[in-house]
Design a protein around this ligand. Sequence first.
Ligand code: NI
Length: 169
Amino acid sequence: MPVLEIKKYPEPVLKQKALFVENIDGALQELIDDMIDTMYDAPGIGLAAPQVGESRRVIVVHVKLKEEAHPLIVLINPEIIQVDDKVVSEEGCLSVPGYVSNIERAGIVLVKGLDREGRPVEIEAEGLPARALQHEIDHLDGILFVDRMSPIKREFFRKRYLRKLKETA
Ligand code: NI
């Protein structure tokens, strides 16, 4: 299964609101498999379809670290239905290579959506999986973690990032 190219900020697909998935067909299963492979290859703990250029509401999350391992999550049309707690922690993104920032997120989330077979599921998560779910669902609304930084920090990031892009182009 092919590893897909990960789109990098400021590619426009990352700013778009992704479309709801209507048909759970073979092409979607293929996209999901390719997203999982791409996430493992990166390596990363989550990936949203817009990051591989597909503006559709599909995410994969797999927190599988030495210290902490959780099952693979595949969600179609995910929605956060409840949040609790606030946690500030360091975050990065495969679409914004080389940058991390402290971002405030809910500590606990309840997310509903469809699994890859189209069955309705609800997932409660806390800690890193909760953070990853919020980060990936943000991608479906065209929101990057840098959009959640303070305006001053974001402007500083933007200038540095775009300057570096120019230098390496
Ligand atoms: Ni990301």
